[in-house]
Ligand binder design. Structure first.
Ligand code: HEM
Length: 244
């Protein structure tokens, strides 16, 4: 079956994204600290890529793994919600890193296009998580409501991934323009494509490739978890073979 090569590619690209963003910030950007300095800023790209792209993308494809289809859906729902909660926490800490750095350095907040798109993405993600939890995990949520909300939940899930990738690409580009000015401190300008720029551009390509593989997996109808045939047979809290 063609699913597993696609899934393996998704896992490998995800790991590469985390390795590349960590290496870039550890080696070229001076490493990490939590003291308001540029080293505190460096947590921002690492946590945003790890949380809002890699963990988020992996959580989105959890239900597509055919090996899980014969099993009770509840543990997979909890895993989906749990990975997404971790992704949300990492992205909030990632935002705290950049806000703390800006406040300490007296840099204005939320002025750039990157920050506008980014803040909307995190806000959408937080509301999607709360909405998903209320609709699909709370025992009092009616089956009919779950059915009604599911297409919107799935559509929003894809949109948030696309917005996360746009945020990352614009953030990487912005950082390279800020950092690689080539103004005398030994650094070459971005337009000369020094090794750091090449590496960070490649990180951007990896992030886009990861997103495309996740969206490919999500869009393939054959890889959707089959719906139960005994639909609406009465409601059982957290019993997700009844309804997603
Ligand atoms: C989903 C991913 C991302 C989101 C949601 C996001 C969101 C944000 C937000 C809301 C700010 C504004 C903070 C403030 O105004 O104090 C910001 C700043 C910044 N981010 Fe990101 N970011 C993401 C990924 C990245 C990545 C991968 C980089 C790469 C280095 C990056 C680079 C920057 C830079 C340079 C700033 C400071 C300048 C500015 O405010 O635009 N971001 N980000």
């Amino acid at each position: 079956m063609f699913f597993y090569p696609s899934y393996l590619l998704c896992l490998c690209l995800g790991i590469l994204c985390v390795v590349f963003v960590s290496y870039w910030n550890a080696v070229w950007r001076g490493g990490f600290a939590w003291d308001g300095s540029g080293k505190q800023f460096n947590w921002h790209p690492v946590l945003m890529v790890t949380g809002l792209v890699v963990l988020y993308g992996n959580a989105a494809v959890v239900y597509r793994v055919p090996l899980t289809w014969g099993q009770n859906k509840t543990p997979w729902k909890l895993l989906h919600a749990g990975i997404l909660l971790l992704a949300l926490i990492l992205s909030i800490v990632g935002l705290c890193a950049v806000f703390g750095n800006h406040n300490a350095q007296h840099i204005p907040n939320v002025y750039s296009l990157h920050s506008w798109i980014g803040i909307c993405t995190v806000a959408l993600f937080a509301s999607q998580w709360v909405g998903g939890f209320a609709a699909f995990l709370l025992p009092c949520s009616p089956v009919e409501f779950r059915k009604l909300i599911k297409p919107t939940h799935v559509w929003m899930g894809g949109i948030i991934l696309v917005l996360s990738i746009i945020s990352c690409i614009s953030g990487i580009n912005e950082k390279l323009f800020f950092a690689l000015k080539g103004n005398g401190n030994g650094s070459q300008p971005y337009k000369d494509l020094p090794p750091e720029a090449l590496f960070a551009n490649f990180l951007g390509v990896l992030i886009v490739a990861f997103g495309l593989v996740v969206l490919y997996i999500l869009s393939n109808q054959k890889w959707q978890r089959p719906e139960p045939t005994h639909d609406g047979e009465g409601y059982r809290p957290l019993q997700c073979d009844v309804e997603s």
